[in-house]
Design a protein around this ligand. Structure first.
Ligand SMILES: N[C@@H](CCC(=O)N[C@@H](CS)C(=O)NCC(=O)O)C(=O)O
Length: 191
């Protein structure tokens, strides 16, 4: 979400929420699940980062993705959405299982099996979508909604940010500027 705001040039204020500390009451009022990030935009409280990023791209048309009314726009949006969905449900979900297992003290053997699942998902779900990548997704010259949606995951220290997998070809801007946050722009909107 922070990358989307930056790419779209949307001024905002950002409030860091410490995890895993108890969430402040004001944050739970905004987002009763206590998860981050949350965006307050023109008074509307928006959650679920992928949906928020897509909303921002729709509300502020840009090079990130064509609008559905532009020639080829609807198809492009479908292609982007398929990749994002498979990345999240496959490689990213597998990686989270590995993180949880590692935090719970799983054996080396168990962690290794989970790591194989991550790599398998990358080969199955990620690599095929990158065939025409370069410098960015789908051969685009500028960063796209795909990188913006997927980079927060891959920008953190993890096997997914290793140059040893194809993501290095399209995750050139994968430095998530930081932690999850609530942001308020100069008109009092927050995210
Ligand atoms: N589907 C949500 C997931 C949000 C999420 O899981 N955030 C994590 C940090 S990356 C979190 O808040 N974890 C703390 C918790 O669940 O209590 C989104 O994409 O916004």
């Amino acid at each position: 979400m922070a990358i989307a705001l930056a790419e779209l040039g949307l001024a905002h204020d950002r409030v860091e929420i410490a995890i895993p500390a108890p969430r402040p009451a004001w944050y739970l009022e905004l987002n009763p699940r206590g998860q981050v990030p949350t965006l307050v935009y023109d008074g509307a409280v928006l959650v679920e980062s992928a949906a928020v990023v897509r909303f921002l791209a729709d509300a502020h048309p840009s090079y990130l993705v064509r609008t559905s009314g532009e020639p080829g726009g609807a198809l492009e949006r479908h292609r982007f959405a398929v990749f994002e969905q498979r990345f999240e449900a496959g490689a990213w979900a597998a990686f989270q299982r590995l993180l949880v297992a590692a935090a719970a003290g799983a054996t080396e053997e168990a962690k290794s099996a989970l790591a194989d699942e991550v790599l398998g998902a990358v080969e199955r779900d990620v690599e095929p979508g990158l065939e025409d990548a370069g410098p960015f997704f789908a051969g685009r010259e500028r960063v796209t909604l795909v990188e913006v949606s997927s980079c927060p995951a891959s920008g953190r220290p993890s096997p997914l940010s290793s140059p040893s997998w194809g993501g290095g070809r399209w995750l050139g801007r994968s430095n998530d500027p930081g932690r999850e946050e609530t942001l308020t722009d100069d008109r009092g909107r927050s995210s």
